[in-house]
Design a protein around this ligand. Structure first.
Ligand SMILES: *Cc1c(COP(=O)(O)O)cnc(C)c1O
Length: 355
């Protein structure tokens, strides 16, 4: 029998993003988006953008945006990489640093894109189980034999911050591979490992405009690392597609960085609302890891997560539920505005009193 073309297809199971409901009345606490608008400077640039510039290809090096990131974070330009969302940055990094054939490591409960990329690029992996309290098992990452390591900090969907010392121990004990710290949520109160890029040339730190800068729709991610690391990353990126980030997005990113006060104010509002939410959830009989992110990973002492999820959904409040042995009785709730959170707590208060 002749083989069919379908046997030659690289079959993968894609990542499932959180639902984006068409109904605008929904209270959307399911995808960790920022409930506030992007910086006013973003609106200004969109109102005045030079549309004729779209005739030309965009700057493939995104030099303007890289310059603005360099000024904002105090990192030399040749140690910064930008991509179309940090998903793009992470995918490029897996392709560049994790395809040696050796097993990479990440936590068992973590960002659910990691195993998708590993499968996509045929990268073998092992997971290191979180401890009972959902904290990172540092020793499990310090054996010095991994082909690569990726850890989000704060971790998703737990929200826990491992702390710089624990992360440094992991980076220091694994000079044989690249260690990626995915800091998608770092602006909500955790300390960044960014200063360590000068000490460890195997450290890549990724961040994003999607959450703390309220620009998930623009798709801007970036990474910091040693000159060597960034060069390897750029070589792979430019062997793939030079013009990934469009002209308008580059302008939008620069505009966002131009208003650090607005950025800090909004992050602080979300942090304050998160701390209030911790009190409310506790009062309502929930427990959760102590989140340093813009979401809480909550578990109720008597009602099942599936039941609460369905009841919330029926009342147009969307949160995120994950299958999986260790997490199926938890819900990940994004921190919204005070009004949104009050609506959530009002509903839960009534719902949990029933029967
Ligand atoms: C949201 C998220 C990302 C990806 O964000 P982008 O929108 O692609 O920048 C990466 N890692 C984690 C842990 C996330 O939660």
């Amino acid at each position: 029998m002749m083989s069919t073309w379908e046997e030659k297809v690289h079959k993968v199971t894609p990542y499932t993003p959180g639902e984006q409901p068409k109904n605008q009345d929904v209270i959307k606490l399911n995808t960790n988006e920022n409930p506030y608008p992007p910086a006013p400077a973003v609106k200004k640039i969109l109102d005045s953008v030079d549309y004729e510039a779209l005739r030309k290809y965009p700057d493939p090096a995104a030099a303007g945006l890289i310059g603005a990131l360099s000024d904002t974070y105090g990192v030399p330009r040749d140690q910064i990489f930008v991509g179309v969302g940090s998903d793009d940055v992470l995918a490029m990094s897996f392709l560049t640093f994790f395809t040696s054939g050796e097993k990479i490591l990440f936590p068992d409960v973590t960002y659910s894109f990691y195993d998708v990329w590993a499968d996509e690029f045929r990268i073998p992996f092992d997971t290191v189980p979180l401890k009972e309290d959902f904290s990172i098992d540092v020793d499990g990452f310090c054996k010095g034999t991994a082909g690569g390591i990726v850890i989000p900090n704060p971790n998703a969907p737990t929200g826990l911050d491992a702390g710089v010392d624990a992360l440094e121990q992991i980076i220091r004990t694994n000079p044989q591979c690249v260690v990626i710290i995915d800091e998608a949520y770092v602006d909500f109160g955790a300390k960044s490992v960014l200063p360590l890029i000068d000490k460890y040339d195997n450290l890549l730190v990724t961040q994003t405009f999607s959450k703390s800068r309220a620009l998930a729709g623009s798709r801007i991610g970036f990474a910091f690392g040693s000159k060597k690391l960034i060069k390897y990353l750029n070589d792979v990126k430019f062997s793939f597609n030079s013009y990934t980030m469009d002209y308008i997005t580059q302008q939008v990113g620069m505009a966002s960085l131009s208003d650090p006060d607005y950025f800090r104010m909004r992050c602080l509002e979300i942090i304050n609302e998160r701390e209030r939410a911790k009190k409310e959830f506790t009062r309502l009989g929930f427990d959760f890891p102590d989140s340093k992110s813009n979401f809480l990973f909550v578990h109720h002492q008597s009602k099942s997560a599936c039941d609460i999820f369905a009841a919330l959904r029926e009342n147009n409040i969307f949160v995120r539920h994950f299958d999986g042995e260790r997490v199926h009785d938890h819900l990940r709730v994004t921190i919204g505005t005070k009004e949104q959170m009050n609506a959530l707590f009002d509903f839960l208060e009534k719902y949990l009193k029933e029967d």
